[in-house]
Each structure stands twice: as C-alpha cells, then as structure tokens.
Unconditional design. Structure first.
Length: 429
C-alpha cells in the first residue's frame, strides 16, 4: 500500500507534466504555423503595407476568439487582426532578430498567454525593412484542456490505484498466508501446544520454498528427539551398571561402619548427578496437564505423611493447567518442593495454580516453622546444598534448582519465621 500510495502520485505527476509539456509544444507549432501563414499574406508595395481585412484563419477574424495577431514595422503597429484587443505598445514585446523566432510562455507584458514572434525582411524602396509578426493566444483554452486531462487522470488513476492495491493485497496474502501458518505451527510446537498424531512435527502443504524449511525443521526435531532418547537410555544403563556394585558394597557386612556413610553419600551423588544429566528439555516441548501430575503427587504425599494427618488442599480455577514441561521433570520438580513442604508443615499445605497471559504460577504454602531470611537466598543460589537444614528444605532442592534453570523458571520464597509458614512460588514465563 505504501508503494502504491507513493508511486502512483509520482506517476500521475510525471504524466501530467509530460502532457503539459506536449501541450505547450503543440501550441508553439500551432502559433508558428499561423505566423508563417500571416507572413505569406503580407505584401509591401513601396512603403505601403498590403494586408487583407480578413485573413485566412477565422480565429484571427473573430473577437474574443483567444487569438490575436500584430504586424510591427519600425516599432509601430502597422496592422492588427480583427480579433485583437491589445492596446499595449509593441515596444514591450519580445523582439526576435531577423530570420529568427521567439516563443514565450506567459510573457511579462501579457500574462496568461502564449506569444510567438518572427522577424522577416521585406524590400521597400531599394532597402530591406525588418517586419515583426506577432501571434498571441490566451491560455484560457489551454488551462481548460489541462484541467480536463488532470481530472480524467485523477479519476482513472484512483480506479487503477484501487485495482493495483487489490492485486497487490491478494498476491501478498497468497504469499503471507502460508508463511503465517508455518510461523503459527512453529510457535505452537515451541510452546508445546502442537502435538498431532503423537509426534511433535510440522504438517501441512506449503509452497516448495517453505516445504524445504518445513522438512529441515522436522529433521532437526526428529534428530533432537532421537539424540535425547539415546542420552537417556545410555544414562539409564550407566545408572544400572553403577547401582549393582554399590548394592553389593552396601549389603556387605564386612564393610567397616565408618565406610558406610561415604558409600551412601556416593549413592546419593550418583543419583543426583545422573538425574541432573538426564534432565533435558527438548527445544520443542509438548504441554502436559499439571493437574493430573499434581493429583498423583498429592495422593502419594497423603500416604507418606499419613501419621502427620496433614490437610493438603489443591486450588485451581480451571479444569486444566497446561505447562510445557517433560512429565518426568514435572514429577521431579513438584514432587521435591511439595515433599519438603509436607516435611516442614505442622497441619496444613495449600497448593494453588494461577495462570495469566504472561506467566504461570504454582504456589505451595505450608504452616511450618519457616526459613530464616539468610537461608532463603541460599536456596535460590545455584550450587548450594541445603541437605543439612533440619526444617525440611534440603534433599532434592539441588535438582529443583537445575530444573528451574533448565525451563527458564524462577522460584520466589516468602517466609517469616515469626508468623510461621513458608510460601514457595514457581513462576514459569
């Protein structure tokens, strides 16, 4: 539209200017022909001028026709056409040299007019006298013709502009529509909303240029998914390989007592490091319903902490709460945080799920003794271990920090020991 709005006026101005120039050139040719015809009618006998009363061109014989003619000799008007209404002296008119002509658009002496003059020599009494011939035309007809043309140009130009704009719009839509559809599918796949036929690929027919993009993206998605699966399988095999000798060592009664604690620590480190290595969010992660994950976790917590008789409640305004996260990672992340909340809680644990256009918030609130302020910052510091904290926030939070970093999420802790209770908010944006 911008191209149309800029180019069409420039094109119209160019056409109008070209037409105006052609009109002026046509007027010059017309007045030149009238001047030559006037010269052909002019005769001198001695010192006398011989001109017919009515000349060949009726426009010079009719008053108010817009055309006038003058013949000047020795700075004196010796003849004027019947249509002439000029009373100005010829001294103020342009004067051409002998054998030359002058054409002027709107001379100062006669504004809004065209003037053509030619100077020729005629023999009189054995000498040559320069005779000046003037043809003058009013611009009234010229302005009317130019206005009519510009009006027609504007009217037709508007229709042409609308036609071109419509054609450009249709052609752009035909190009943009498949691109927009491809971008939407890419966005859906990236956000996890696109999960057709149990795969996470892009489908649909596109122009051949976009088909190449689609095929390359699908190949990348498949390669990434297969690589992730291979890594998980390899790490699971490694876990089993390490678990067997560790189990033998743990069950060996001949192992000194002082060695059992380091062996148990090695077992925990292996589990944690393997879990951290396996953690991996695909570049294009499908969404899952966190509510179903949360219900299973809460069922387990109610059984594990049955002796504490905790009141564990889940609040959510919607039937579904979709989050782009791997199912195993969701169990690991939420299970650790809720487990620590249940350990710290005295009687109640409240969980709320809230969703806005920009972020998703999972809040876990307990009525435990709370976390000291100086320790709250350490919990959110990557690499810190809180396994020694007796309030319940420790084991598993290292993995939680890794998962938060992996999915670009953050955790906000609000805890005031004097009031009792801690709220941990997982914010996914």
């Amino acid at each position: 539209m911008l191209v149309t709005l800029v180019l069409l006026p420039i094109l119209a101005l160019t056409v109008s200017t070209a037409y105006q120039d052609s009109l002026i050139k046509a007027k010059q040719s017309e007045l030149e022909s009238m001047a030559y015809a006037l010269i052909a009618s002019f005769e001198m006998e001695g010192s006398q001028i011989n001109m017919p009363f009515n000349v060949f061109d009726d426009r010079l014989n009719m008053p108010e026709s817009g055309y006038q003619a003058l013949i000047v000799m020795n700075q004196t008007t010796v003849w004027r056409s019947s249509s002439s209404m000029l009373n100005t002296t010829p001294l103020i008119y342009p004067q051409a040299n002998i054998g030359q002509s002058i054409f002027i658009d709107s001379p100062k002496a006669i504004p809004d007019s065209f003037l053509y003059t030619f100077t020729a020599e005629f023999e009189s009494e054995n000498q040559y006298i320069p005779i000046k011939f003037y043809i003058i035309e009013s611009k009234t007809a010229y302005y009317a013709e130019l206005t009519t043309f510009n009006h027609s140009l504007l009217q037709n130009g508007l229709w042409v502009g609308l036609l071109i704009s419509g054609m450009l719009l249709l052609s752009l839509l035909s190009v943009v529509r498949p691109v927009k559809h491809l971008v939407e599918q890419l966005s859906n796949v990236a956000s996890g909303e696109h999960h057709p036929q149990t795969d996470n690929l892009i489908h649909g027919d596109y122009p051949k240029e976009l088909n190449a993009v689609k095929d390359n993206v699908n190949e990348l998605l498949l390669s990434e998914s297969q690589q992730r699966t291979r890594f998980k399988n390899a790490l699971h095999d490694l876990a089993h390989s390490l678990k067997t000798p560790l189990s033998v060592l743990q069950g060996d009664d001949d192992i000194p007592t002082q060695s059992k604690a380091p062996i148990e620590q090695i077992d925990q480190i292996i589990h944690r490091q393997l879990a951290r290595s396996v953690l991996g969010k695909a570049s294009w992660q499908a969404q899952i319903n966190i509510l179903s994950v949360m219900e299973r976790i809460l069922d387990s917590m109610r059984k594990i902490y049955r002796d504490k008789e905790l009141n564990i409640e889940l609040l959510c305004d919607h039937d579904t709460f979709m989050v782009a996260i791997d199912t195993a990672d969701a169990y690991e992340l939420l299970g650790n945080v809720i487990d620590n909340a249940c350990k710290a809680a005295c009687t109640e644990v409240f969980i709320s799920l809230k969703q806005s256009s920009n972020e998703q918030v999972i809040s876990i609130l307990d009525d435990g003794p709370g976390i000291p302020k100086h320790l709250q910052q350490e919990i959110l510091t990557r690499g810190k271990r809180l396994d020694t904290y007796t309030q319940g926030y420790g084991i598993g939070l290292a993995t939680v920090n890794d998962l938060l970093d992996l999915y670009g999420a953050t955790m906000k802790i609000t805890s005031r020991p004097e009031i009792e209770g801690t709220k941990m908010e997982i914010i996914i944006s």
